[in-house]
Design a protein around this ligand. Structure first.
Ligand SMILES: [Zn+2]
Length: 601
């Protein structure tokens, strides 16, 4: 009965004729009232696994997710289908909280999204306890494991939900996870008896190539001549995305870059251009692709080596979602190997990380016993400069402290200059003519700024007023002093939010067990990546081993390891050489042994 209901819901709201892959089994298991763990690869339709049963079951479905952007996307998706959902964002007074839960109860909301930190509030817990809840869905559930690559200490709180609502089924969702993470997940969520549904790592239509080349740039350009259709190129840093995109553009490729530092509307515009195939390739950090479902991605290139196998698998999985043949190339050279090895030996000094914490608090004048739940925006470059350290070192301290749960680091996008009028146009008549005119002009461009801060384009406004941007900013400050408006200047991207009040120096420490497991998991992940780069075994079998799946399977027969040709055809090599190809080119194309090739030199 409920099975039919689930299918009806899928047809009504999504218009799909049937479920895909594991969806049906996962949903049936939840609807029978049991705890469930679903491991689905990217693009495996994870969200349907909680959204469909959420609509079938009575009451509201709680959805816990680590990222605001991810929740916003899912909420938008639901709203687009005419399904009401609530997203807990920002701070709540007891009164506002009461109102929110009342709205959820009486407003026919079917889903309520929130970050795990919400559960720190006892009042919030109290409301959950008395709310009518049909399902608890935990997205990105691997964040709960210290062994995961993306551990969020705040996730350790999520088991509270089970205690508050012992009879409500729990669904934990994540992409492929190692056996240790799977075990952690069931234990930490108090769903030890949950049934695990897991898809095989193998993807028949995906051709994986891992290629060593001393000249990545040359091989990338040669590769792009061969590859057809749209693709993604993953690079590690923002700067390398920008420079690689520029290089591609200068060579006549339809390419652009994408990273967390872009303006929201630029992001959207580039995403759109790529989704509609107006843009052929996008060069991006891992920030790209979260929640994006594009079925016709034909190829993925890793310009840099990913830090983890989880990341690698997730990113190559963005290719061939429509079922078409797709290829993924990972290009690496000696420096990439050195960087990974350095990551194992160059670990941040925990004592210095704690000093960093205190320095940060002093800089932002956060006294002991205060500072929680406030976001402190800063520029990572300026901070590293001030503290006399390099940006990577500063980031390593920040991340270690985050891993311990002291704070949450957001590498968010830039906060743009904004303006809000705090006076009525009537009051402007008393001003000098020029000043009054400037304000009226601004109001004309930004009418919304009358009620709330509106983002402004500083250069454009300055040009309109025939001022330099600096002069224009000075006039805004002048108006602000007169109480006519509020001006929020541009601030740089990153921010840190303290999870708890700043502790006394005495209580600030890393327990040995914490450091040991953190260190070990970091080393293990880097080593797994290194051994994949050097392996001669089928890439899919290597991945199956890492994710704890059966390795008693046939090699895929399509990956660079399976296709490795030890003895290249002499005629072919001679022909390629005569056509002006270098040994490196031939090595790359024929996927053969370099020692053999040297014979032809
Ligand atoms: Zn293979």
């Amino acid at each position: 009965m409920s099975k039919q209901k689930a299918l009806d819901v899928l047809k009504t709201y999504w218009g799909y004729p049937g479920f895909r892959g594991l969806q049906e089994n996962i949903i049936a298991h939840i609807l029978s009232g049991h705890d469930t763990i679903g491991l689905l690869p990217t693009g495996g339709g994870k969200s349907i696994c909680y959204q469909v049963p959420g609509l079938v079951l009575p009451g509201v479905t709680l959805v816990i997710s680590p990222l605001v952007a991810l929740m916003s996307d899912q909420q938008k998706g639901l709203e687009g289908r005419g399904i009401k959902s609530y997203h807990f964002k920002g701070s709540y007074t007891p009164r506002k909280l009461d109102e929110a839960f009342r709205n959820i109860r009486f407003g026919q909301y079917k889903f309520a999204f929130f970050a795990p930190e919400r559960l720190n509030s006892e009042l919030f817990q109290e409301y959950i306890k008395h709310a009518d809840i049909g399902l608890i869905a935990i997205d990105e559930a691997h964040c709960i494991s210290q062994w995961g690559f993306d551990f969020r200490p705040s996730y350790l709180n999520v088991h509270i939900l089970r205690t508050l609502k012992p009879d409500v089924p729990v669904l934990a969702l994540t992409a492929s996870a190692t056996p240790r993470v799977k075990k952690d997940l069931a234990e930490a969520l108090l769903i030890a008896n949950a049934k695990v549904f897991e898809d095989s790592i193998r993807r028949e239509n995906l051709h994986l190539y891992i290629k060593f080349t001393p000249n990545k740039e040359r091989q990338l350009f040669r590769l792009l001549k061969r590859l057809e259709g749209t693709g993604i190129i993953y690079a590690k840093t923002r700067r390398s995305c920008e420079s690689l995109a520029e290089l591609l553009q200068n060579n006549g490729h339809s390419a652009d870059y994408y990273h967390a530092g872009l303006l929201p509307d630029v992001k959207e515009q580039r995403q759109e251009a790529w989704l509609s195939n107006e843009l052929r390739m996008i060069v991006s950090t891992t920030a790209f692709g979260m929640g994006i479902d594009k079925s016709d991605v034909n190829w993925v290139v890793h310009w840099d080596v990913p830090d983890t196998l989880e990341g690698y698998y997730q990113e190559v999985g963005r290719g061939g979602r429509g079922g078409q043949e797709a290829s993924a190339y990972l290009l690496f050279h000696q420096q990439d190997v050195a960087r990974l090895q350095k990551g194992i030996t160059d670990l941040p000094d925990p004592i210095k990380a704690l000093e960093f914490y205190n320095k940060f608090c002093s800089r932002f004048q956060i006294a002991v016993g205060t500072g929680e739940d406030t976001a402190y925006p800063f520029s990572i470059v300026a901070l590293a400069n001030d503290f006399n350290m390099s940006v990577p070192v500063a980031l390593s301290y920040i991340k270690l402290l985050q891993h311990r749960g002291y704070w949450q680091f957001q590498e968010s996008s830039q906060i743009w200059p904004a303006l809000e009028f705090t006076s009525k146009p009537l009051q402007w008549e008393k001003l000098q003519r020029q000043e009054g005119e400037l304000l009226i002009q601004l109001l004309r461009i930004y009418p919304h700024a009358m009620h709330q801060p509106a983002r402004i384009h500083l250069k454009k406004c300055a040009a309109l007023a025939m001022l330099t941007p600096q002069q224009f900013e000075r006039s805004l400050s002048y108006f602000e002093e007169k109480g006519l408006l509020k001006y929020l200047p541009e601030t740089s991207g990153s921010s840190i939010t303290l999870m708890d009040p700043r502790p006394h120096k005495r209580h600030l420490h890393f327990p040995k067990s914490f450091l040991d497991s953190w260190l070990q998991s970091k080393v293990e992940r880097a080593q797994a990546m290194l051994s994949l780069l050097n392996s001669e075994e089928c890439i899919f079998i290597e991945l199956s081993k890492y994710f704890g799946q059966s390795t008693e399977v046939q090699p895929c027969g399509k990956c660079s390891s399976c296709l490795h040709d030890h003895y290249p055809d002499e005629h072919k090599v001679k022909q390629l050489l005569s056509e002006g190809n270098t040994i490196d080119d031939i090595w790359f194309d024929l996927n053969c042994s370099v020692d053999e090739l040297r014979r032809f030199r």
